[in-house]
Design a protein around this ligand. Structure first.
Ligand code: SF4
Ligand code: SF4
Length: 403
């Protein structure tokens, strides 16, 4: 069979050629398997992955750059799983998003967030002064809650074992999640710290497909963590944050960082397996199902750690079907959730997920990504599902037993 081609010497063809695992878009067979795998497939007008790749093949950059498909794609790579030639859809879509002529389609919130994050170190614009004020207040509350003056939430502590990189919501709308994580760290019994310089696990440079921006954001985190001399960078529950800072980090910054990187669920599991902490599953007696965040599961291969942790914390864990590499996206991935005008769209893109949750009949749902958590919570409300959504690490904190 003759090889398909991408027209040479266009910005997209150059970008794809230089892009590991996305550069083979030229090999697309136009079989359409990807389209049948997209969550949008069932009668909704969303992205058609076969069409995206075909436009890229034909060098139809203007058509592609002006297509609403680019920002409807959730970068979930469910289509990629069954592609016979392994074309990475997230790579193709991100490269197309980075075309100069695609700039006007970037949601305003994402443009602002990228700028703010580069300037301040936090996508919501939390300044260092505000960070210090928030964390010192939270630390006092935490010591009271634990009944232990030594229970502190430290920041900028050098040579700590762990540096925790929060999701921005943990320093704003969801400070309770940060306190829940502090409880876990306190029970580990080893020095841990936050950083006042870079307070944000997210990387919206990845969403806009701009490698230079993604690299700068990753460098901000790496340089600060290395200056603090920490042993392990512990990432908050954030799917795309994990994908960038763990899975893509060496490709992005061109070297290994001088510290280990792990998701909070992986560290909590490690502490449990080393008998440093333990749980009482009687505290969480209801059956809970696990939703695989696409960036953590399908795109980074982390399927087991959150499940093992849930098994230890909850009386009964059940599976959604399909799951793992076939899991259905929550409908908020790829930057859609971060666009404040997207609610209506997200309730459509998330309908297959809501249908799946309803079919399972579960009342408790856990996930390991705060973005999935927010989208799933809104979906359950919108589709009138009486389901409580929580994160895996938050459930671990609730089931923790004091030694
Ligand atoms: S599954 Fe792969 S080869 Fe088939 S149309 Fe989609 S991108 Fe092309
Ligand atoms: S990455 Fe996900 S949303 Fe995008 S085209 Fe593929 S299956 Fe659809």
């Amino acid at each position: 069979m003759g090889k398909a081609f991408i027209l040479e010497n266009t910005p997209l063809s150059d970008a794809l050629r230089n892009c590991e695992q996305g550069g083979n878009a030229a090999e697309c067979l136009n079989c359409g398997i990807c389209s049948s795998r997209c969550s949008w497939f069932e009668g909704q007008s969303g992205p058609v992955p076969r069409k995206i790749v075909r436009l890229a093949q034909l060098g139809a950059n203007d058509l592609l750059a002006n297509s609403s498909m680019l920002w409807q794609c959730m970068l979930c790579n469910r289509c990629t799983e069954e592609c016979p030639v392994g074309i990475r859809m997230d790579r193709v879509v991100c490269k197309a998003r980075s075309l100069p002529q695609a700039g006007s389609l970037i949601p305003e919130d994402i443009k602002t967030g990228v700028k703010t994050r580069l300037e301040v170190g936090d996508v919501n614009g939390l300044t260092e002064e505000e960070f210090v004020e928030t964390v010192e207040w939270l630390s006092e509350e935490f010591a009271d809650e634990m009944g232990d003056p030594n229970a502190v939430i430290a920041y900028n502590q050098k040579n700590a074992k762990f540096l925790y990189l929060p999701n921005p919501r943990e320093l704003g709308a969801n400070v309770l999640h940060l306190t829940a994580m502090a409880k876990l760290f306190h029970h580990f019994g080893q020095p841990w710290t936050l950083s006042s310089k870079h307070t944000d696990v997210t990387n919206w440079g990845y969403f806009v497909g701009d490698d230079d921006v993604a690299r700068k954001m990753a460098h901000q985190v790496v340089q600060d963590a290395e200056a603090l001399g920490i042993d392990t960078l512990v990432l908050s529950e954030c799917g795309h944050g994990f994908f960038v800072l763990k899975t893509l980090i060496e490709e992005l910054i061109g070297r290994k960082p001088a510290f280990r990187v792990a998701a909070i669920a992986q560290i909590v599991l490690e502490m449990t397996e080393n008998a440093i902490i333990r749980f009482d599953p009687d505290k969480l007696p209801e059956p809970a199902a696990y939703h695989d965040p696409c960036n953590l599961g399908r795109k980074s291969g982390v399927y087991d750690a959150p499940r093992k942790l849930l098994d230890l914390c909850c009386k009964q864990v059940i599976e959604l079907t399909p799951n793992r590499r076939h899991a259905i996206c929550c409908g908020g991935g790829g930057g859609i959730l971060q666009d404040s005008t997207s609610k209506k769209l997200r309730m459509v893109s998330g309908k297959p997920k809501a249908d799946q949750i309803r079919a399972t009949g579960v009342k408790y749902l856990a996930t390991s990504c705060l973005s999935c958590h927010r989208q799933l919570t809104e979906l359950c409300k919108h589709y009138e599902l009486e389901v409580q959504v929580d994160t895996v690490a938050s459930l671990a904190s609730k089931a923790l037993v004091s030694n």
